[in-house]
Structures are given as structure tokens and as C-alpha cells.
Design a binder for this molecule. Structure first.
Ligand code: G
Ligand code: G
Ligand code: MN
Ligand code: NA
Length: 254
């Protein structure tokens, strides 16, 4: 398959770039960290978004190598920023199911944290709700080991998968990321308002750090802040940026 051959070449030639999207404290407007989002810079086709290659990479196992390159790049970037007196604070990385099952993700994270001297509290690992439910007992053990490294854990796209509330009680999770489809039609959709209120009430009272994704308007931001959502991410604040642009953005924060 040519798509597969291209992807293998991309891994060998390190054609992946990590982009960064800031996450903001909704009451102070201060920068809290960023989500790392991979893109593929194909020499002939240009920039390819993750949805066009991650699903194939998950199927054929190449996600293991891609995921490791992303983790490596994020740690190297943090370290480079730090050497320039820039504080990226917290960097959240998306991790796909096979990376949990078929690689020693705990050892890999530890290796790059050691190599780049990443302090505790910098890295966050995002996993989706649906994947978490596939094998809760095994996931629970891996997430605990990840937390023991000083890495926080987040459920991505929260509210769209098939988790049961019991797992919120059982699993070692720090952060819930409210899926952006619930934010999109706020404030016009009374149903979405009710869902977001319920997630915030539950998340805040259970002690989770709750992040709203996909904030695009001032109205959405104001609603979320009034509902006691502390953290947000979305085009209203900033789009995902290539490293050079995010570096500039970090410079403007201090
Ligand atoms: O950046 P963008 O909105 O195009 O990302 C689309 C999707 O791709 C998101 O749902 C995100 O979770 C996923 N994604 C982005 N970067 C990575 C990555 O490094 N690893 C994995 N597994 N998924 C990613
Ligand atoms: O599924 P995950 O949360 O990892 O995906 C993040 C994706 O959301 C990225 O592809 C990013 O480009 C996209 N994104 C980030 N902010 C916004 C936004 O405000 N609106 C929309 N529509 N997409 C966003
Ligand atoms: Mn994510
Ligand atoms: Na999401």
C-alpha cells in the first residue's frame, strides 16, 4: 500500500512536526500550558492533518513510532524553551490506544523525561474515553505508573465516549477535557448548556481539573467562566501554532 509506504518513509525521515495550542486560565487570562498536536509535512503533498494518517497508523502499528517521535519532540522543545528562559508550563500529549498496549509507554516517558530533565507536573497524557473503557483494569495500572512519574493524566473528548461514572471514581485521572461539540452551540443550545453545567458540577466537585475545548467566542468564554470552568482552549484564544510561532507566543507571555 502506498499510503503505508509513505508513512514508513515519514517515520524514517522524521517528517512529523509538533504544533502547540495554548490553554488559558479563564479568570486571569494567563497562559497555563499547551496541547501538542502532530502534523505530517509530506515533501510533495505538504501539511497533512492527523485525522488523515493517525487512523491508518493505529491500524498498522506505526502509531508507536510516531507517538514516540512526538513525545521526544515535545520533551526536546520544552528543554530548548527552558534554556531560553521560556516557560511552557504544561504540555499535553495525545496518546492512542496501541501506544498503551503495545509499547512500554511508562519506560518511554521516563527515558525522555530523564534525557531532557523534564520537571514533574510538565507533561500531561491525554487518552480518549472510549479507549479507556476497552480494558479499564490494565489502563488503570498504566495510568497510575504514569502519574508516579510526575505526569498528569487527562480524558480527552469527555462526554462523547462510553465511560460510566464509576470509572471516574476508579481511574487515576487528573483532568477532564469537555469535548468541543458541547461548546460549539453555546449559548444557543439549552441542551448543551445543561450538559456542560452538569460536567462542570461533577468535575469540579470530584476535584478534577476541567478544561473546555473549542472555545471560539467571547460569549462561550464568559458562559464557561460564570459556570466555574477554570481552563479553556480554542480559536478564541489561539489556534494550534507551529513551533516557531508558539515560541514567539511564549516570548510575548513574559
Ligand atoms: O490538530 P487537529 O484538530 O487536526 O487534531 C485532530 C485529532 O488528531 C485530535 O483529535 C487529536 O486528538 C489527534 N491527534 C493530534 N495529535 C496527535 C498525536 O500526537 N497523537 C495522537 N495519537 N493523536 C493526535
Ligand atoms: O480531539 P482533540 O481534542 O485532541 O483535538 C484537538 C483538535 O481541536 C485539534 O485538531 C485542534 O485543531 C482543534 N481545535 C482546537 N481549537 C478549536 C476550536 O476552537 N474550534 C474548532 N472547531 N476546533 C478546534
Ligand atoms: Mn486532545
Ligand atoms: Na477533544
Amino acid at each position: 500500500l502506498s499510503a503505508e509506504r509513505d508513512l514508513r518513509r515519514a517515520i524514517e525521515n522524521r517528517e512529523f512536526e509538533v504544533w502547540y495550542q495554548p490553554q488559558i486560565d479563564l479568570s486571569t487570562q494567563l497562559f497555563l500550558g499547551a496541547e501538542a498536536l502532530v502534523r505530517w509535512r509530506d515533501p510533495t503533498r505538504g501539511l497533512i492533518p492527523p485525522l488523515d494518517f493517525i487512523p491508518l497508523a493505529e491500524q498498522n502499528g506505526m502509531i508507536l513510532a510516531i507517538g514516540e517521535q512526538v513525545l521526544h519532540q515535545v520533551c526536546a522543545d520544552f528543554s530548548e524553551w527552558r534554556s531560553r528562559q521560556l516557560n511552557a508550563k504544561r504540555l499535553a500529549i495525545n496518546v492512542a490506544g496501541p501506544q498503551f498496549y503495545r509499547s512500554d509507554i511508562v519506560a518511554t516517558i521516563k527515558r525522555y523525561m530523564d534525557q531532557y530533565q523534564i520537571p514533574h507536573g510538565v507533561l500531561e497524557i491525554e487518552i480518549t474515553e472510549t479507549f479507556m473503557m476497552e480494558n479499564p483494569q490494565e489502563i488503570k495500572e498504566i495510568l497510575s505508573k504514569i502519574q508516579q512519574l510526575g505526569v498528569t493524566t487527562a480524558i480527552d473528548d469527555f462526554g462523547t465516549g462510553f465511560s460510566s461514572l464509576a470509572y471516574l471514581r476508579e481511574l487515576p485521572i487528573d483532568t477532564l477535557k469537555i469535548d468541543r461539540t458541547f461548546i460549539r452551540d453555546i449559548p444557543s443550545s439549552s441542551k448543551d448548556i445543561a450538559i456542560v453545567r452538569a460536567i462542570l458540577a461533577l468535575g469540579n466537585s470530584m476535584g478534577f481539573n476541567v478544561v473546555a475545548e473549542g472555545i471560539e467566542t467571547q460569549e462561550q468564554r464568559d458562559f464557561l467562566q460564570a459556570e466555574d470552568c477554570r481552563e479553556g482552549q480554542g480559536y478564541y484564544f489561539a489556534k494550534p501554532m507551529p513551533k516557531a510561532e508558539f515560541t514567539q507566543w511564549l516570548q510575548n507571555q513574559s
